[in-house]
Design a protein around this ligand. Structure first.
Ligand SMILES: Nc1ncnc2c1ncn2[C@@H]1O[C@H](COP(=O)(O)OP(=O)(O)O)[C@@H](O)[C@H]1O
Ligand SMILES: [Mg+2]
Length: 280
C-alpha cells in the first residue's frame, strides 16, 4: 500500500467497511453475554458516522471488531473488500497498524515519552518507515491538530483537551483509511469536548473517514450519518428514541421505588426508637 499519501485499500469502489450478521458473545464464568446480535452496516470512504446508544449496548465491542482488535463470534467483516473474518491474527495486525487510527476516551498516551515520541511510536511498530519519514509525519500530524509547538512536552504538562489532540495526531500520523474514536470526549469538560469535536469535523472536511462512538447524543449529530444501537443491535432512529424513553421511564419508576423504600425504612427506625425514648 502507498505510504506517502492516505492509503487506498483494495476494492475502494465498494464500502470501506461492510459487516453482515455480525454477532459477538463473551463467555465469562459460564455466563454468556450477547454483546452484539446480528449487526449489519456499511461505512464508505469519506464518511463521518457516529454510533450512539446507551451504556452497555455494544458500542465499544463493535468498534474493537471494526478496529481488528477483536474478532466476531459469527458473521462477516470485509475491509476494502477483503475478508477480515478469515484472516490470521498477524495479517489482521498488519492491516490494523496501517489502516486504522484509534482515538480512545482515556487518551492512552505514554507518560514518560514526549508528545513527538508518543506520535511516532505506532510508526516505529509498523517497521516500514525510515526515521526521516517518521519525523516528517509526526511534524505534519502535530501541525494538523495544532500541537506542533508542544512536540517536546510530556503528556502531564498538557490539559486533557491537548492530550486528546496529541492522541488524534498519533492516530493520524499513520495516514489510516479510517479513524475510530471511542467516546473521545468522555474524559473532557464541555469546552475541550467542543474543541475535539471541531477538530474531528475539520479532519472530515479535509478527507478523513471517521467512525465515532458516543453515548452523548449532543455530539452524535455532528456526524454526517448516525447509527443507533440498542442491546447489541442496530436500530432505526424512531426505535432508538422509543426504547431510550422507555428505559428512562423504567429508571424513574425504579428511582421512585427506591426513594419510597428509604423513606419507609427511616420512619420504621424512628418508630423503633420511640419506645426507648419513652422509657428513659
Ligand atoms: N471482554 C468482555 N468480557 C465479557 N463481557 C464483556 C466484555 N466486553 C464487553 N462485555 C459486555 O458486553 C456488553 C457490551 O459492552 P460494551 O461494548 O463495552 O458496551 P458500550 O461500549 O456500549 O458501553 C456489556 O454487557 C459488557 O459487560
Ligand atoms: Mg464503551
Amino acid at each position: 500500500m502507498n505510504t506517502s499519501t492516505p492509503s487506498t485499500p483494495p476494492g475502494a469502489a465498494g464500502p470501506l467497511i461492510a459487516l453482515e450478521a455480525m454477532s459477538k458473545v463473551f463467555l465469562t464464568d459460564e455466563v454468556e453475554t450477547h454483546a452484539l446480535a446480528g449487526v449489519a452496516m456499511a461505512i464508505h470512504q469519506g464518511e463521518y458516522v457516529s454510533i450512539t446508544g446507551p451504556s452497555g449496548c455494544g458500542k465499544s465491542t463493535l468498534l474493537s471488531i471494526l478496529g481488528m482488535l477483536d474478532t466476531p463470534s459469527e458473521g462477516s467483516y470485509h475491509f476494502g473488500g477483503v475478508a477480515v473474518h478469515a484472516m490470521k491474527p498477524a495479517q489482521r495486525a498488519t492491516i490494523r497498524n496501517r489502516e486504522i487510527g484509534f482515538i480512545f476516551q482515556a487518551f492512552n498516551l505514554i507518560g514518560d515519552l514526549s508528545v513527538a515520541a508518543n506520535v511516532e511510536l505506532p510508526l516505529i511498530f509498523r517497521g516500514d518507515l525510515k526515521k526521516a519519514e517518521r519525523a516528517e509525519r509526526v511534524q505534519q500530524a502535530l501541525e494538523q491538530v495544532g500541537m506542533a509547538h508542544r512536540a517536546q512536552h510530556f503528556p502531564a504538562q498538557l490539559s486533557g483537551g491537548q492530550q486528546q489532540r496529541v492522541a488524534v495526531a498519533r492516530a493520524l500520523a499513520g495516514r489510516p483509511a479510517i479513524l475510530l474514536a471511542d467516546e473521545p470526549t468522555g474524559n473532557l469538560d464541555s469546552r475541550n469536548s467542543e474543541a475535539v469535536m471541531t477538530l474531528l469535523s475539520d479532519l472530515h472536511s479535509a478527507g478523513s473517514t471517521i467512525c465515532m462512538v458516543t453515548h452523548d447524543v449532543r455530539y452524535a449529530d455532528v456526524a454526517q450519518r448516525q447509527i443507533f444501537m440498542f442491546d447489541g443491535k442496530v436500530v432505526d432512529a424512531a426505535t432508538s428514541q422509543r426504547l431510550r424513553s422507555e428505559e428512562a421511564e423504567q429508571f424513574e419508576l425504579q428511582l421512585a421505588r427506591s426513594r419510597r423504600q428509604v423513606a419507609t425504612a427511616a420512619s420504621q427506625s424512628a418508630a423503633a426508637r420511640e419506645p426507648l425514648r419513652a422509657a428513659s
